[in-house]
Design a binder for this molecule. Structure first.
Ligand SMILES: [Ca+2]
Ligand SMILES: [Ca+2]
Ligand SMILES: [Ca+2]
Length: 495
């Protein structure tokens, strides 16, 4: 899409150099082994200033992203076709065979095309799908954060601090302190596909291993406002800080995990299928073991499904928000994907959040009401949503993968499900629709039991971290684990 690049390149260039330098310094300082600050191969932008219909420059300054979906804007991705091409296929030539104009061509065959005048994107997608050079073909579209969709905004109560962030009720509810005595997530890369992040926020500084910006097409994934109401909802850059908040929750849950900040949504909380697909591809290629996707759309995407399946085959745990519909319908994607773990939100009393989506597609629940986390401007603010619940599960997966590097997604999720606290009694009207229950990080990281089929060597793995200063915490953990005995023996649940 032309807007994301052409419209913003001029202003980005002015500030990109020092920001990119900051990213590189952060990455170099925080990660000796992985320095994934560039994509596997450069994303290529075709016809950056030309309208495919008219062949003349049409983008107003600042881009045309201010056109709402369905508004018929010249650059609306709903009018494009997104295609995953087989390896080695020339994207330009392929498009010519269909009279279509190549718009973008990301490295591993992820492409978008404009149909020829008079052809609908669905018709073109259907024609292309029959081609043996095509892996997936579909109309392009937007994904967005659940909070952006339902207009749930961050709240600054003036009490934000590193301390109130660290010691918040949600951390206590899922036993984070006890869990972190066993594992802090060292050696695990968690990719956060979101609006980007404020990389030098105190909660994130030193934890960012790299990233990429698929919205602006540069190496700096800073969550950046553009002063434009890109999604046409009357609010400008309303989702700014979303990715920072989500990243802060992962950092609070798995403080020694390293973060890959992948910007796939703009500051209005919206990004197209190509951006999200490219972000997943990038995360797979750069060693992520966990991918957090606090975003969704109302129809499935073949391209994204294909990549989620690849991620799972690579042992990667993909975690997504269940959605903020407060109902069991509609079901968002990728929450509905069998390759992603969908997370619903509960409050501090283990009652389902009024806004949470629920249903048989939910794998697990986690705190998602009034969660305090990082926000732009170095702040710590409260935000509610299933977008906030998902990163607790992503962080817990990182804790487990640090201790059990060979575990695959199924093993990680079996453990999280087997140790979850059932919510059915407190939420009888949603029995069976909140997944295996609420995440219990302390129980999940307790030494026993291990899922069947686990390498016996791993059973002897000692806890990675013990602090003599935290004996009281250890004792409370052991007491609570003992009290929790029966839940540890519940049968394992399949996802
Ligand atoms: Ca950028
Ligand atoms: Ca907006
Ligand atoms: Ca904007």
């Amino acid at each position: 899409m032309t807007l994301r690049f052409a419209g913003r390149l001029a202003s980005l260039r002015a500030c990109a150099t020092p920001l990119a330098l900051t990213v590189l310094i952060l990455a170099a300082a925080s990660c000796a082994r992985h320095l994934p600050t560039t994509p596997a191969a450069d994303s290529q932008l075709k016809n950056p200033t030309m309208s495919p219909q008219s062949g003349t420059p049409t983008d107003p300054p600042g881009g045309v992203g201010n056109m709402a979906p369905g508004s018929g804007g010249a650059n609306n991705p709903e009018r494009q076709v997104m295609v995953t091409l087989a390896p080695g296929v020339d994207a330009e030539e392929f498009g010519q065979d269909y009279g279509a104009t190549l718009d973008q061509n990301d490295s591993p065959g992820l492409t978008t095309y404009w149909p020829a005048t008079g052809e609908s994107p669905d018709d073109l997608a259907n024609r292309m799908r029959l081609d043996s050079r095509v892996i997936t073909s579909e109309r392009n579209g937007y994904l967005e954060t659940a909070e952006s969709r339902q207009q749930s905004w961050a709240f600054d109560d003036g009490l934000g601090s590193m301390m109130t962030y660290t010691e918040q009720p949600a951390a206590l509810a899922i036993g984070l302190d006890a869990a972190q005595l066993v594992s802090r997530g060292a050696g695990v890369l968690v990719a956060i596909l979101d609006t980007g992040a404020e990389l030098n926020h105190p909660a994130l500084a030193g934890r960012v291993a790299g990233g990429w910006d698929f919205i602006s097409g540069d190496a700096d994934p800073t969550d950046q406002p553009d002063g434009i109401d890109n999604d046409g909802d009357g609010l400008i850059d309303e989702a700014r800080g979303h990715g920072t908040h989500v990243a802060g929750i992962v950092a609070r849950t798995a403080p020694d995990a390293r973060l890959l900040i992948v910007r796939v949504l703009d500051a209005d909380g919206r990004g197209d299928m190509l951006s999200v697909a490219s972000g997943i591809r990038w995360a797979i290629d750069h060693g992520a073991r966990v991918i957090n996707l606090s975003l969704g759309m109302l129809r499935p995407s073949e391209a994204i499904e294909n990549l989620l399946a690849q991620a799972e085959a690579n042992g990667i745990v993909c975690v997504t928000s269940a959605g903020n519909w407060g109902a069991d319908d509609p079901v968002e994607y990728p929450a509905s994907s069998p390759h992603a773990v969908a997370v619903a939100a509960v409050d501090a009393d283990r009652h389902a959040a009024t806004f949470t989506s629920h249903g048989s597609f939910v794998s697990l629940s986690a705190p998602g009401v009034a969660i305090r986390s990082a926000y732009f401007g170095g702040r710590y603010v409260l935000w509610s949503g299933t977008s906030m619940a998902a990163p607790f599960v992503s962080g817990a997966a990182a804790l487990l993968l640090s201790l059990h590097p060979l575990w695959n997604r199924q093993q990680v999720m079996d453990r999280l499900a087997a140790t979850a606290v059932s919510l059915d009694e407190l939420n009888p009207e949603m029995a069976g629709e909140l997944g295996a229950g609420e995440l219990d990080a302390a129980a999940a990281l307790a030494a026993d039991p291990l899922p069947t089929g686990t390498d016996s060597n791993e059973m002897r793995t000692p806890p990675a971290y013990r602090s003599p200063l935290r004996r009281g915490v250890v004792r409370r953990f052991l007491q609570s684990a003992a009290a929790r005995g029966p839940s540890l023996r519940r049968p394992l649940r399949r996802f």
